[in-house]
Design a binder for this molecule. Structure first.
Ligand code: BTN
Length: 249
């Protein structure tokens, strides 16, 4: 990553104003969690070229081809609420991808981003006390996904073009800052924006939790970012934590 390019393009006040660049690390989220609280500033970001133990949601791993993708963890220290962070991250990812490439990605609840129905980005949000760590992985120039070929993709795989990671990252950070300030005033504005980018509302979905799998209809997402589903004609609300959702295409 070219740090000067990032610094020159950033338009934010706080987000990304303190950056730690790492060639290789186990996981940027783990690194962020280990930094002592007195060195942390709001908006600080940890960026790595490669992770040896990248973490995904629900104990999964996040694998990357070194030097190809965006792997970062953004640290936020002064939030009123964290419930819409996955949604804010999702909107920022979709909009920054569109801004840089003109490609229309879509959000899948709670915090995946899909491009041409394959996963291009994921987000792992962790909280320690009042500090939130937003870990974001975006597949930019990776061209081999091994066993995941049917389910994962990158900007390079979809376009045949190698993209500048720095430009995409800066767009993402600029957008995050704007959305975080909107969130301070209005959650509904964030949810409404996000709904522009989701494609599964009103559709049949498969829900899988630690204990069961079932089909239901995705009805809506409420102001706290919880998914409302209809199962056997009864409305239920799901929290993001332990749920994985598959859209029936
Ligand atoms: C998921 O879709 O399961 C979440 C994937 C999150 C991956 C990112 S890459 C940067 C940050 N560091 C990690 O170890 N994980 C997140």
């Amino acid at each position: 990553m070219n740090s000067t390019l990032i610094e020159n393009l950033l338009k934010t006040k706080e987000i990304g104003r303190q950056i730690v660049f790492l060639k290789e690390i186990d996981s940027t989220n783990l690194f962020a969690k280990e930094i002592t609280s007195n060195t942390i500033t709001n908006g600080m970001i940890i960026i790595a070229d490669h992770q040896t133990e990248g973490k995904g949601r629900r104990g999964r791993t996040w694998i990357d081809e070194g030097g190809a993708n965006i792997l970062c963890s953004l640290i936020l220290t002064n939030l009123k609420s964290t419930s819409l962070l996955p949604i804010i991250a999702g909107i920022s990812i979709v909009e920054s991808i569109f801004e840089c490439t003109n490609l229309k990605a879509e959000c899948k609840w709670p915090n995946d981003v899909l491009l041409n129905k394959k996963k291009i980005s994921g987000c792992l949000i962790e909280q320690i006390g009042n500090i939130a760590i937003i870990g974001i992985g975006i597949n930019v120039n990776q061209n081999n996904f091994g066993d995941l070929t049917n389910n994962a993709t990158s900007l390079f795989n979809e376009t045949g073009i190698k993209w500048e990671r720095e430009v995409l990252l800066v767009n993402l950070l600029n957008r995050m800052e704007t959305l975080l300030s909107i969130y301070e005033i209005s959650s509904s504005e964030i949810i409404d924006l996000w709904k522009k980018y989701v494609t599964f509302i009103g559709k049949e979905v498969n829900i899988s939790t630690e204990i069961e799998n079932y089909s239901a209809t995705a009805v809506d997402v409420n102001e706290e970012g919880l998914l409302i589903i209809r199962k056997d004609n009864i409305l239920q609300t799901l929290t993001a934590g332990d749920v994985s959702l598959k859209i029936n295409l």
